[in-house]
Design a protein around this ligand. Structure first.
Ligand code: AMP
Length: 262
């Protein structure tokens, strides 16, 4: 490991301490009491194909920045589990790997973003997935005087997506993720964290994965252009080790905050 990398980690860790923005070149708040010492909200979107590692990164980032993690896939699965009208409607689309209609998703996300815990920032995963959703999100935020800080695109080729998703297992209780090859549990089929059973998501089965990728390229990939045109897109190599991807994202966010401040 090179010295540059060690330095980066230290600097980034200091720069991204929630709430206080250190003056560059020092590890403390700006000495002149400059009021921009308090960072503005961090409204992030984690973007990328299914299986790009968004959930893994989100788990780390929510701890780094203390912003709520809002994953529309998780929200929908909770609705399905609880048998709500939304869940009943959404299930057939999800089982097929198709997108749930925009009007259902938009109402769900709008409500979630209005909650108190999302007022200082959020980490969206799995949304927006269509241009219409991206436009609706922009409109909602604009009406509140808010905006997206950055869209973090985790780039992973299709073949790798298939390898990752087909080996993925989730626990039935807490939704903890494993991989039969890369991240197996200590005891086969049992969650290390809560002892519950590990299962394969219906939509991680091969034919559904194929459809999810097709949907991603047809409907969701154009959203990348949407954010690129607005200068919000940041590309991250999602094939690297999770820890390296995490470092890269933190560095990106630290840079964004520097740019914002000066
Ligand atoms: P995910 O866990 O993000 O891969 O989402 C699982 C499934 O939920 C997707 O395959 C879609 O059927 C549905 N879904 C999640 N988020 C959205 C969204 N923003 N728009 C439409 N459908 C969604």
């Amino acid at each position: 490991m090179g010295v540059g990398r060690i330095d980066l980690r230290c600097d980034v860790g200091a720069l991204v301490t929630p709430g206080v923005f250190p003056f560059p070149g020092t590890l403390g708040p700006r000495p002149d009491g400059y009021s921009a010492g308090v960072v503005s909200e961090l409204n992030l979107i984690l973007f990328g194909p299914p299986g790009a590692g968004k959930g893994t990164q989100a788990e780390r980032l929510r701890k780094d920045f203390q912003v709520p993690y809002i994953a529309t896939g998780d929200m929908l699965r909770a609705h399905v589990k609880d048998g709500t009208p939304l869940g009943q409607e959404a299930k057939r689309y999800m089982d097929a790997g198709d997108l749930v209609p925009d009007e259902l998703i938009l109402a769900m996300v709008r409500d979630r973003l209005e909650r108190d815990d999302a007022q200082d920032g959020f980490l969206l995963d799995g949304f927006p997935r269509t241009r219409e959703q991206a436009e609706a999100l922009e409109e909602q935020l604009r009406s509140l005087g808010r905006r997206i800080t950055a869209v973090l695109l985790l780039e992973v080729p299709d073949a790798e997506v298939v390898r990752r998703l087909s080996g993925r297992r989730v626990c039935v209780k807490g939704g903890h993720n494993y991989h039969v090859e890369f991240d197996p549990p200590k005891h086969e089929g049992v969650c290390d964290q809560d002892g519950s059973r590990l299962v394969q998501r219906d939509d991680d089965k091969p034919d559904v994965i194929e459809n999810r990728l097709r949907v991603y390229h047809e409907k969701t990939a154009p959203v990348v252009d949407y954010y690129d045109e607005r200068g919000l897109l940041r590309r991250i190599d999602g094939t690297r080790e999770a820890a390296d991807v995490h470092d890269h994202i933190r560095a990106v966010i630290a840079t964004l905050r520097l740019e914002e401040d000066f």
